[in-house]
Structures are given as structure tokens and as C-alpha cells.
Design a protein around this ligand. Structure first.
Ligand SMILES: C[S@@+](CC[C@H](N)C(=O)[O-])C[C@H]1O[C@@H](n2cnc3c(N)ncnc32)[C@H](O)[C@@H]1O
Length: 219
């Protein structure tokens, strides 16, 4: 599939897929959107010393960079992410994240994250462990439990299976009690699926130019 680099309205880059008319982030601001949804309303919402994060999917790596940049002192982060369709070096080299405020000098880390072999553990620092799975979330089998899910798949228009009742059920099983999911998606059917499997669903104001986002808690 053909991919194009785009600059979003806050100056941060994203990737556009012309064939799907779909982007990896909001055209209104990739950095702004990711910071608001995943960091402010996800990572910093949880008051825990150890936070086990699961991300669907890795994509550009922006959420990992932001989680690393906004890690609270003495909070241990254990981060796993899924990516069945990794980006080529030619594409990720064109991302401008290391020129953004708060992500200065992150190019070296971004390269390491993109080049990391399947399921190879990486310590970003003493309190941050990371692992990438080159497979779909649907294929993942584990007895591990997580505290926080960054649900950052392509939208339901192009990948409805990423917001299905079946996947909601799977993610519910993967979470600890009181564990949360955060996502930009606020589709009605997705929220009904979350409720049906047992989540308590919160609708929060969205990032700039988007009405809503979703956070759901396992009760
Ligand atoms: C919205 S984009 C990337 C968002 C990413 N967090 C970022 O900041 O760039 C969604 C990503 O999910 C990946 N993906 C597609 N199908 C998937 C699946 N079944 N399981 C996990 N990830 C998937 C895509 O390849 C893509 O990289």
C-alpha cells in the first residue's frame, strides 16, 4: 500500500494512506491528539507505581516516545506493542518527531524502537521495559494482565474488526480489575460493545476539533 508523509496542523508529522483515505493520527495535530488521549487521559490518569501498558498498534512509535518522555519519576513502565505491518526505514526516517517540543533528540530512540527484533526485550531506562510483537493483537495469547491499553487502531470505517465485540472481550480479559482503555474512537457500536462485555464507559471531551474520546474501566 502506498504511504505518504503529511504534516498535521500542530506541525507534527503523520502518515496518510490514500487508498483508504485514512491517517495514523488526526490531521488536526498528531502530537496534540496523542498527548491528550494517551498521556493525559491514560498514563497520567492512573495512580500506580507499576503500569503495564498494551498498545494496539505501534505504527509510527509516537505513543512510545511520548510515554517515555512523560514517565513520572519512580513509576515503572512495562510496555508491549503490536504491529503486523511495520513501516519501512524510508518512511519512518521522514517522521519529524525529534524536532518537536518535548521530543528533542528522540531520533536515535525512534530508530532503535523501529529496528527492534520481534519479542526482544529493551530497557529504555531502569524503570521502562519495552517489547514489540510483529503480529496482530488477535493472535496474542498470554496469562499476563495489563493496567492500561492504548487502543490506537485504524478507524472502524476501514478496520471494523479492530473495534468488534470479540476484541472488546479479549481486551477485557487482558486487563486487571480497575484497568483502563483509552482511545480516540467514540463510535456508538464500539461503546456498546465495551459495555456489553462489562466495561464502565466514560465519554470525555475530545482533543481539539474532535467532539469526544473514550475511556473505559474494567469493573
Ligand atoms: C492508527 S495506526 C498507528 C497508531 C500508532 N499508535 C502511532 O502513533 O503511529 C494503527 C496501527 O495498527 C496497526 N494494526 C493493523 N492491524 C492490527 C492488528 N490486527 N493488531 C495490531 N495492530 C494492528 C497498523 O498497522 C497501524 O500501524
Amino acid at each position: 500500500m502506498k504511504l505518504e508523509i503529511e504534516i498535521t496542523n500542530d506541525g507534527s508529522s503523520t502518515i496518510f494512506i490514500p487508498e483508504w483515505n485514512e491517517r495514523y493520527h488526526s490531521k488536526n495535530g498528531a502530537l496534540q491528539e496523542s498527548l491528550y488521549i494517551y498521556i493525559q487521559n491514560g498514563l497520567h490518569y492512573l495512580q500506580k507505581d507499576v503500569i503495564r501498558i498494551l498498545e494496539i498498534g505501534f505504527g509510527t512509535g509516537l505513543n512510545v516516545l511520548l510515554t517515555h518522555a512523560h514517565q513520572k519519576p519512580n513509576t515503572f513502565i512495562d510496555y508491549i506493542t503490536f504491529e503486523p505491518f511495520p513501516l519501512s526505514q524510508d518512511i519512518y526516517n521522514q517522521l519529524n518527531f525529534s524536532g518537536l517540543k518535548g521530543l528533542e533528540n528522540s531520533k536515535y530512540l525512534l530508530d532503535i524502537l523501529h529496528e527492534l527484533p520481534n519479542k526482544e526485550p529493551l530497557n529504555l531506562n531502569k524503570f521502562f521495559s519495552f517489547m514489540k510483537y510483529y503480529q496482530t493483537i488477535q493472535e496474542f495469547q498470554t496469562t499476563q494482565k495489563f493496567d492500561l491499553v492504548y487502543w490506537d487502531a485504524f478507524g472502524p470505517r476501514v478496520q471494523p474488526e479492530m473495534w468488534s465485540l470479540e476484541l472488546c472481550q479479549k481486551i477485557y480479559q487482558l486487563l486487571e480489575n480497575e484497568g483502563i482503555i483509552v482511545t480516540y474512537c467514540s463510535q456508538g457500536q464500539f461503546k456498546r460493545n465495551l459495555k456489553q462485555v462489562g466495561f464502565e464507559v466514560e465519554v470525555l471531551p475530545g482533543p481539539p476539533f474532535k467532539r469526544e474520546m473514550t475511556r473505559a474501566i474494567k469493573k
